[in-house]
Design a protein around this ligand. Structure first.
Ligand SMILES: Cc1cc2nc3c(=O)[nH]c(=O)nc-3n(C[C@H](O)[C@H](O)[C@H](O)COP(=O)(O)OP(=O)(O)OC[C@H]3O[C@@H](n4cnc5c(N)ncnc54)[C@H](O)[C@@H]3O)c2cc1C
Length: 523
């Protein structure tokens, strides 16, 4: 967002407030052993800053964090960022037509307010660990922490540890205690090609995007999709059985269709299950006491430490922030009436003017880069909200309630019969049984939908009649030299085709230049 505001829209008057002490979000917060990307990192990168130096196909958290920090430095974005400042909430001020935003400095605990024309939430749904409660858990004497709050001071060598949860993060953290993550390290030749062959990395990225997007063909409703899904499930089943001890086979194959929970590409988790000092217990937890866990069948396991790998509060979009719209109602109250979070194009909510959410409801791609979805949304928000405000084409823009409901109904219609609704317990489905997270189809479809905005979906007010002059001046300022050169070449070709005198002039100029160059060379 910062890159788009500064370099694409040529707008400098913005601030980013971040509650932790630096950039990187997910990759600064999650530092557990084995944390890494589960989609190829060439795909998990910004379109405006491809990185030819990735060390391997699926990079680890620290390398991604370094890339994020380098991007901020390269595009001079740091001066727009305030760290260790938590946003507590905001309210639309009818008098000033601005957002009054409340913050707290997490170091000094000092609270303060700022006003802004636009408020954009980029806090993502995967940043607050999901709180879980087990009877007696407060009695446990040893350390107990969530993967997102990994206690690096704890030396777990030779200790008995329990991992509660068995999803994506568990699959990454478990094998770390035995092996390194199997991965393809890029060779020098590959890195050289990414660096020096024009468009090579971009081409690879496109291939990876299409390959990942193709996985969605097994998730959608219909006979063709179920046949494809059955074939992939069979293949996965064989793979699982070939890597794991027999004693686990009866519960390792899920009883729900592929894709109902996020698909995991094995980071060596299955091999780790063969290690003699690791035991998978397919049981719920009855209680936790001072020294361990009692499972539902009454068995007690004595433990030194417990790691909660229980995921994130994905459904609580924007919480714990409280956002009050133009009618004085909070976003959460409005969403409760709709049985969960919803937003037009995953970004805009009616009654909340000059407001947008990134990575909002129903924008999570099935198995593609989340950064791709975020970038599509950023481009969309830039065109539909930010550019008109910066150019003073309007001073207030809000999505219509009817447009929002129509769009959301269509998304839920498409989700019906998809694997995401197949009845398993997954983080896409909220407490009301509504899927407020998943994008129902291909990531490319989202991009296509965002490409041509529907101006009729919005109401706007205010602005200046001379807005087009501001837009022209902005275009002139932000257009790159490459675009200017291309435009001059195209204009030249256009004139060439129509005008004989101009063609003669160009020919003579080229002949003179060639003659001079030849003379210079022959000297
Ligand atoms: C362990 C893990 C692995 C993942 N792996 C992948 C992957 O392989 N591929 C993929 O596509 N996606 C992955 N994701 C999803 C990931 O969240 C997104 O890819 C990406 O990080 C989203 O970026 P973001 O900027 O929207 O959110 P984040 O990176 O989560 O950044 C949000 C920021 O907002 C800050 N914040 C939150 N609340 C407040 C507040 N009230 N005030 C101020 N600041 C606040 C947070 O501190 C955080 O820094 C993973 C997520 C996790 C947790």
């Amino acid at each position: 967002m910062a890159y788009t505001l500064k370099h694409k829209l040529g707008f400098d008057d913005f601030m980013i407030y971040e509650k932790i002490d630096g950039v990187g979000g997910t990759w600064r917060t999650n530092t557990y052993p084995g944390v890494g990307c589960d989609v190829p990192t060439i795909l998990y990168s910004f379109h405006f800053n491809l990185n030819p130096h990735w060390s391997k196909e699926l990079c680890d958290g620290p390398e991604i964090l370094q890339y994020m920090e380098d991007t901020v430095y390269k595009f001079d974005l740091r001066k727009h960022m305030h760290f260790s400042i938590e946003c507590l909430g905001t309210a639309w001020n009818k008098g000033t037509s601005q957002w009054d935003v409340k913050f707290r400095d997490t170091r000094t605990k000092c609270e303060f307010t700022r006003s802004s024309t636009v408020f954009i939430s980029t806090i993502c749904g995967i940043s607050y660990p999901r709180d879980v409660h087990f009877d007696g858990m407060e009695k446990f004497q040893g350390p107990m922490f969530h993967t997102a709050r990994w206690d690096h001071s704890y030396d777990y060598k030779g200790k008995r540890m329990a991992i509660i949860g068995n999803g994506c993060s568990a699959a990454q953290v478990v094998p770390q205690w035995y092996h390194e993550r199997p991965n393809h390290n890029f060779t020098k030749a590959e890195t050289w090609s990414f660096r020096y062959l024009p468009l090579w990395e971009r081409w690879k990225r496109l291939q990876l995007f299409l390959e990942n997007d193709d996985l969605v063909a097994t998730y959608v409703p219909g006979v063709k999709a179920s046949k494809k899904r059955a074939a992939v499930e069979e293949h996965a089943k064989k793979y699982i059985f070939s890597r794991t001890p027999k004693k686990y086979h009866h519960f390792l194959i899920p009883d729900f269709p592929l894709g109902c929970k996020r698909r995991i590409f094995d980071p060596n988790y299955l091999d780790a299950l063969n290690v003699s000092n690791l035991e998978v217990v397919p049981e719920g937890i009855r209680e936790i006491d001072e020294t361990g866990i009692v499972s539902e069948n009454g068995t007690k396991d004595e433990l030194d430490a417990i790691v909660l790998v229980t995921g994130f509060q994905v459904q609580q979009f924007l919480t714990p922030m409280e956002v009050y719209g133009k009618k004085g109602k909070s976003l959460n109250e409005q969403w409760k009436e709709h049985r969960g979070a919803q937003a037009y194009m995953g970004s805009y909510v009616h009654n909340f003017p000059n407001f947008a959410i990134l990575f909002g409801p129903n924008t999570f791609p099935a198995h593609n880069s989340a950064l791709f979805s975020c970038e599509v949304q950023i481009e969309y928000v830039a065109r539909t909200l930010l550019a008109p405000l910066v150019d003073m084409k309007a001073s207030i823009i809000e999505v219509k309630g009817t447009s929002e409901n129509k769009w959301v109904n269509s998304i839920h219609g498409q989700l019906k019969g998809s694997v995401f609704q197949a009845g398993c317990l997954n983080w896409y489905i909220n407490e009301h049984g509504r899927n407020a997270a998943s994008w129902p189809g291909y990531a490319s479809t989202y991009w296509k939908e965002a490409l041509i905005p529907h101006p009729g979906a919005f109401v706007s007010k205010g602005g200046s009649k001379l807005w087009f002059l501001r837009r022209l001046s902005r275009w002139l300022r932000t257009t790159s030299s490459t675009t200017y050169s291309l435009a001059i070449i195209l204009i030249g070709i256009g004139i060439w085709g129509r005008n004989v005198a101009f063609r003669d002039l160009l020919r003579r100029a080229t002949a003179i230049m060639t003659e001079r160059v030849t003379k210079l060379v022959s000297r």
